[in-house]
Design a protein around this ligand. Sequence first.
Ligand SMILES: Cc1cc2nc3c(=O)[nH]c(=O)nc-3n(C[C@H](O)[C@H](O)[C@H](O)COP(=O)(O)OP(=O)(O)OC[C@H]3O[C@@H](n4cnc5c(N)ncnc54)[C@H](O)[C@@H]3O)c2cc1C
Length: 443
Amino acid sequence: MSEPLRVAVVGSGPAGFYAAGALLSADLPVEVDMVERLPTPWGLVRLGVAPDHPNIKAVSRAFERIAAQPGFRFFGNVELGRDVTAEELARLYDAVVYAVGAQTDRRLGIPGEDLPGSWAATEFVAWYNGHPDYQSLPFDLNTERAVVVGAGNVALDVARMLALSPEELAPTDTTDAAIAAIAESPLREIVVLARRGPAQAAFTTPELKEMGELADADVVVDPADLEGAVGTDTNSERNLEVLREYAGRAPAGRGRAVVFRFCVSPVAIRGTDRVEEIEIVHNELVADEGGNVRAVATDRRETIPCGLVFRSVGYRGVPVPGVPFDDAGGVIPNDRGRVAPGLYVAGWIKRGPTGVIGTNKKDATETVELLLEDARAGLLARESDERLESLLQERGLEVVAYAGWEAIDRNERARGEPLGRPRVKLCSWEELLDAARGVGVSR
Ligand SMILES: Cc1cc2nc3c(=O)[nH]c(=O)nc-3n(C[C@H](O)[C@H](O)[C@H](O)COP(=O)(O)OP(=O)(O)OC[C@H]3O[C@@H](n4cnc5c(N)ncnc54)[C@H](O)[C@@H]3O)c2cc1C
């Protein structure tokens, strides 16, 4: 085939970039147009991964190398469903790969969940990372106790960010508003609630260990919570070792404390005008025939006074207009990434919100293999030779091309440099588009 295969990748997170990388290194000529609703690429690597984990964010260098390959183009500030439809992409491209991630969170489904002071971890994470859609959220950290519901790494991120000292936050790219709010907060205690026991928690050991190494926060674990807990795999065995070490520590009187509570679930959040307390129920662990350990509520309840609640019980995909959706699973139904010849998925919208960044590489590669198989079998054909840029131009849309993103990137790094920070993010749509204007924006 001499005419390059034209592929649109929607979403510029890890899954989108790994899909683009696999496509551009295929043994047939391929052009990739990446469509992203934000003016900035990298998805949750920029806007999810905790700012005090710069080494993890450094994976973006691999994405930069992919973007530098011939055949790659970036269409930032273009939202599928608003600016262009799935039908239009299907007409303009031989194949479309949806890598739009999981854009919302799971709810607790308990009374009081919508009280001011009760937040989704998604919102807090997007706020402290400078996502332009979340900067006006009124985070008020003026309370002595916050409760984080969930036993995964995102819950740990939220708890740790709240517990970091100003000195720990200063060299990061956390937004200035978030640094100020965390530093000025009178928070004394951050309580992490896990539905099941310590052996079932989804934390990974390095992240759990990090909690015990914070400059100004103690970590508190009740030894009674660990009694009888037995690891079921290497991760849970190592987690138990770390938790046992925590349980043996005497509080060192640091400014804040992160308190782990196991086998408890929230049943209600209460307060007059805002969150004042959370009621929890103690659970018993019951193993079913398949060996799965379930949490079963007892009649023992307890109330914890607090001014903030963050729910971190999972992310969830949202439907892409014009593309099939499995509402129960929160994913686009697919077989190893193929929805139908010409229509593919990768990343969290394909398999659900699990796994680390690297998991998306294998996942996207699997998808691209099927796409290339369909191309070789002659199953892919676009209806039109019209180019996306002319369609967007006709609509008067302002596209941020890759050079526009590079201008944003330079601007942010330049602002960060004198402060010893990797970058100071531009966090409003106006600032982002202004920085891109005149360089990479075409109208
Ligand atoms: C808070 C948090 C912290 C994490 N920390 C780590 C960590 O430390 N280490 C680690 O390995 N993993 C971490 N992960 C997991 C990792 O971020 C994910 O595995 C990965 O980002 C999923 O990739 P994705 O490409 O499927 O989705 P995303 O990264 O979410 O990318 C999806 C992209 O699609 C875009 N998009 C969505 N809808 C549209 C639309 N309609 N039109 C155009 N574009 C659209 C979005 O703007 C986004 O850029 C973390 C996840 C979270 C939530």
